[in-house]
Design a binder for this molecule. Structure first.
Ligand code: AKB
Length: 328
């Protein structure tokens, strides 16, 4: 395991002798739920307030404060920030690529308004620091698909991608103009066993594990040779917290980060090593066009250089860990 995370955690605990608190908005989602628990482990349960529009699992609800919160309601968000003297916000609420194509208005409202609210609170001096997730969805058909660089053609073709690209630019603008400390990562598809993702194009890479165990087979909504950048949740959480703790950040627009990339067929082959009778079929739907517009692999050299980003998990170790946890 990478030792820098432990070092950072000790440093972070010392820092959290300060009275201010962290708010996670969208704490019940796939990334938010695990991020909240890791932040509580590092900073203490009392220091991390979880919030979402719906209630979450028992661990999340009972290990610290929880508030029902609509991220698009500026008044409600301000109330929670003032109530708990919040200084750091992780804004994880978002509508992902697949669902956003069905509800473009709702997606734009959620993904953009929630961001403006927290950016404005930071500009006012109410909060000090923001984490806001971007995505590989900011890239499009004219982007170089292999080793996609940090700075390149973007031109997204989805509502979700357009909102994430606009968000990146607004974050950069608030940083340049008002000195707002807002940090971001372009997440690839995230694979995890605790909470299911919802509405994304990369969701197949989580569903496949559940179906492999429950039914012995899976019908994938992408073609067998669709290569996409992916990452195991443990790496995504470590990247997020390391970025927020780093004092070496040079890029306030959103960092490329990479770990693994594979096709549905390659993942199925890896799964077969654990479940030899597993069978996969392919019935591509509207998400195929989204996946076809995204990169195959990502160049994350700036994140590696600036804040020492290194992933721990490859396809083999991720698959092994998924089965270990899902079976238990
Ligand atoms: C999605 O598939 O929409 C997300 C993403 C890559 O941002 N997982």
């Amino acid at each position: 395991m990478n030792t820098s995370f432990a070092d950072f955690s000790i440093f972070a605990c010392n820092l959290l002798s300060m009275k201010s608190k962290i708010l996670v908005i969208g704490a019940c989602g796939q990334i938010g739920s695990e991020l909240t628990m890791k932040l509580r482990e590092i900073y203490g349960n009392d220091a991390v307030v979880a919030s979402d529009i719906v209630a979450g699992n028992a661990d999340l609800m009972w290990s610290g404060s929880f508030e029902i919160l609509d991220a698009t309601d500026k008044g409600e968000v301000r109330e929670i920030i003032e109530k708990y003297t919040i200084k750091e916000v992780y804004l994880m609420a978002a509508m992902l690529s697949g669902t956003a194509e069905k509800y473009p208005d709702k997606a734009w409202k959620l993904n953009m308004n929630s961001l403006f609210h927290v950016l404005d609170f930071a500009r006012e001096g109410l909060i000090d620091k923001i984490f806001w997730p971007s995505s590989i969805a900011i890239f499009g058909r004219n982007t170089p698909q292999e080793h996609t660089p940090q700075h390149t053609i973007t031109e997204p073709s989805t509502v979700y991608g357009i909102s994430k690209l606009a968000g990146e630019n607004w974050c950069n603008y608030y940083h340049q103009k008002y000195n707002v400390d807002v940090r971001s990562i372009r997440y690839p598809g995230i694979i995890s066993y605790k909470t299911l993702p919802g509405g994304g194009t990369t969701d197949y890479a989580v569903e496949i594990f559940h179906k492999a165990l429950s039914q012995g087979s899976y019908t994938c909504f992408l073609k067998e040779d669709t290569r996409l950048p992916m990452m195991y949740m443990n790496d995504a959480i470590r990247a997020t917290i390391n970025l927020m703790q780093s004092d070496k950040i040079k890029n306030f627009i959103a960092y490329n980060i990479a770990a693994i990339n594979f096709t549905p067929q390659e993942l199925a082959t890896e799964i077969k090593k654990h479940l030899p009778n597993f069978e996969i079929g392919f019935e591509p739907d509207f998400r195929q066009a989204i996946a076809d517009s995204w990169p195959h692999s990502i160049d994350d050299s700036e994140a590696r250089k600036d804040w020492n980003w290194v992933p721990d998990y490859n396809l083999e170790s991720m698959t092994k860990d998924m089965f270990l946890n899902l079976k238990s």
